[in-house]
Write a new protein. Structure first.
Lengths: 71, 219
C-alpha cells in the first residue's frame, strides 16, 4: 500500500513541496476516515428510521411533508 | 494691477511661500500659513495620524488580492504561511476531482482536528446543524471525477487572535450516489481564538487528480 502524500504550498515564499505524510498525519487521516464513516452510518440510520415510521403510518414522504407543513 | 498674485502686505501671505506647481496652502497653526508640496501620481489628500495637518498618501486599497494559486494533487493539500494582513480570506476551489468515489471533501483550519467547527449546512437534500472536527463540504455524498465540483470558502476575521471566526461556504458538487449536481451552503463559526495561518484540503480515502484552489485576501 502506498504511503499517502501531502502537498504543502507556502503562500508567502511560493515554495511548494510534496512529501510522504508523517506517521502522525497518517494517524490523523485514519481517525478522520473513521469519523466520516460514523457520520455516514448515523445518516443512513436516520434515513432508515424515517422510512420505518413512514411505512408504519402507510404514507409517503411527500404526504408526511404536507401533514407537517400545516397547510 | 497684477493679476494672479496675492498682494504682499503686512500680515498677509507672501507669494514666495509657494515653491513649485501643485503646492497647496494650509494653516499649520492659528494664523500660520504653511505649504504642502504636491504628492506623487495617484496619491490622495488625507489627514495625518495626529489629525493636525493634511498630507498626501496612498488611496486605501479595497477588494480582493490573489495570494496564491495551487493545483490539487497528493492526498492532501495545505496552504501555509498565509499572511495576516487582510481582513477576510476566500478560497475559491474549482474542478476538484479524485482517484475514486469518496466521501466528504474536507477542510481544516490550522490543521485543527478538535471539535471547533460549528456548522449549519443546507444541501439539496437536507439541512443539518453540526459540531465537527473539520468542515465537510460534500455531506453524506460521494463525489469523484467531475470538474463541476466547486466551492467558495469565506473565512472572516481570520487573523484575529482574540475572537472566533465566522465562515460561510457556497458551492456545488457532483454526487455519484445521486447522479447529479447537489447545491451546498454552510454558515457557521470556527470556535478558536488562534489566528488562522493555514488551510488544509483532503478526501480521507483518495488522492486528488485535478483541481485548483485560488486563495484571495479581502480588505
Amino acid at each position: 500500500m502506498s504511503i499517502p502524500t501531502i502537498k504543502i504550498h507556502n503562500v508567502e515564499s511560493g515554495e511548494v513541496i510534496e512529501r510522504d505524510m508523517t506517521e502522525l498525519e497518517i494517524e490523523q487521516l485514519e481517525i478522520e476516515k473513521a469519523k466520516i464513516a460514523a457520520l455516514k452510518e448515523a445518516e443512513e440510520k436516520a434515513i432508515n428510521d424515517k422510512q420505518q415510521i413512514l411505512d408504519k403510518l402507510g404514507i409517503t414522504e411527500d404526504e408526511a411533508k404536507l401533514l407537517l407543513g400545516g397547510i | 494691477m497684477t493679476i494672479g498674485r496675492i498682494p504682499s502686505v503686512e500680515g498677509g501671505i507672501q507669494p514666495t511661500i509657494f515653491d513649485a506647481a501643485g503646492d497647496l496652502l494650509y494653516a499649520s497653526a492659528a494664523d500660520t500659513p504653511a505649504r504642502l508640496a504636491i504628492g506623487t501620481a495617484g496619491q490622495v489628500l488625507k489627514v495625518n495620524s495626529g489629525a493636525t495637518a493634511p498630507e498626501w498618501g496612498a488611496a486605501s486599497s479595497g477588494g480582493m488580492t490573489l495570494i496564491s494559486t495551487t493545483t490539487f494533487s497528493s492526498t492532501a493539500v495545505e496552504l501555509t504561511s498565509i499572511p495576516s494582513t487582510y481582513v477576510n480570506l476566500m478560497a475559491l476551489v474549482t474542478g476538484v476531482t479524485t482517484s475514486g468515489n469518496n466521501d466528504q471533501f474536507t477542510v481544516q483550519l490550522n490543521s485543527d482536528t478538535a471539535n471547533h467547527y460549528f456548522t449549519y449546512s443546507n444541501t439539496t437534500t437536507a439541512n443539518a446543524m453540526a459540531q465537527n472536527t473539520s468542515l465537510y463540504l460534500t455531506p453524506g455524498q460521494k463525489t469523484a471525477g467531475n470538474s463541476n465540483n466547486s466551492w467558495a470558502i469565506n473565512v472572516y476575521n481570520y487573523a484575529q487572535a482574540s475572537a472566533y471566526k465566522p465562515f460561510a461556504v457556497a458551492g456545488h458538487y457532483y454526487s455519484t450516489g445521486g447522479a447529479g449536481l447537489y447545491g451546498y451552503y454552510a454558515s457557521g463559526g470556527y470556535n478558536s481564538t488562534t489566528a488562522i495561518s493555514s488551510l488544509k484540503f483532503y478526501f480521507a480515502g483518495a488522492t486528488f487528480t485535478a483541481g485548483t484552489v485560488y486563495l484571495y485576501g479581502v480588505k
